[in-house]
Design a binder for this molecule. Structure first.
Ligand SMILES: N[C@@H](CCC(=O)N[C@@H](CS)C(=O)NCC(=O)O)C(=O)O
Length: 216
């Protein structure tokens, strides 16, 4: 059995759970408190970060790597067979990790300047992703690892209306973002990728940070 070590609100863990759900891979989830990391976790995780996937006695870390492993050993690959398309999508997965961090840093920024700076970075990275979005999914009709990597970000943007309404995107990109959200957030694989009460817990977590955007 595969075991995922998780923090319930982590978007990077969620990426791997969406991938495993989509590929019908059974797994256990072990939750830890990132504010009080257990010793056994620090011994396992070279970077002290979640997610970690334990496959028997092998430990994998880094969500994008975990996703590629899960994808490779379970049925038809979500990656394109075309090496150029595959390389390009891997690059966009890397970019989406930056966008996830930009979003989080904007959401928790307590000072206006920091908020504006992180929001600008998010707008830039999100626009690059959206410019390539074909619909209904990133590559077109085929679901891909870019989708599993970006959905946690799309979901958090949808949840935090105060930040979402301040995002400056072109009209075309705004439409694409709405379409990507509509086409993915209702998927069972996505709904099952977050713990019960995720929405409330996530909003509470952000509010407790006393951030600038939520005091507007
Ligand atoms: N590049 C990593 C990022 C993982 C990451 O940043 N996880 C956060 C939680 S969402 C974490 O474990 N942070 C703990 C820490 O930095 O102390 C991945 O894609 O797996």
């Amino acid at each position: 059995m595969n075991t995922i070590i998780s923090f319930g609100l982590c978007p990077f863990v969620q990426r791997s759970l969406i991938t495993m759900n989509y590929k019908n891979v059974p797994y256990d989830v072990k939750y830890i408190d990132l504010a009080d990391k257990p010793e056994w976790f620090l011994k396992l995780s070279p970077l002290g970060k979640v997610p970690i996937l334990q496959v028997e006695d092998v430990v994998l870390f880094e969500s994008a790597v975990i996703n590629e492993y899960v994808d490779e050993v379970n049925g038809d690959s979500l990656h394109s067979r075309d090496p150029l398309v595959k390389a390009k999508e891997r690059a966009f997965i890397e970019l989406s990790s930056s966008a996830i961090m930009n979003y989080f840093q904007a959401a928790i920024a307590t000072e206006r300047e920091v908020y504006e700076e992180k929001k600008l970075q998010l707008e830039k990275n999100l626009s690059s992703l959206l410019a390539e979005f074909k619909g209904p999914f990133f590559r077109g009709s085929e679901f891909s690892l870019v989708d599993t990597s970006v959905i946690p970000l799309i979901q958090r943007i949808a949840l935090t209306g105060d930040l979402a309404k301040n995002l400056k995107l072109s009209e075309e990109n705004s439409k694409k973002l709405i379409s990507w959200s509509k086409n993915t957030l209702a998927m069972e694989e996505v709904k099952k990728s977050v713990p019960e009460n995720f929405e409330n817990d996530y909003k509470t977590y952000l509010k407790e940070k006393n951030s600038y955007v939520f005091s507007l």
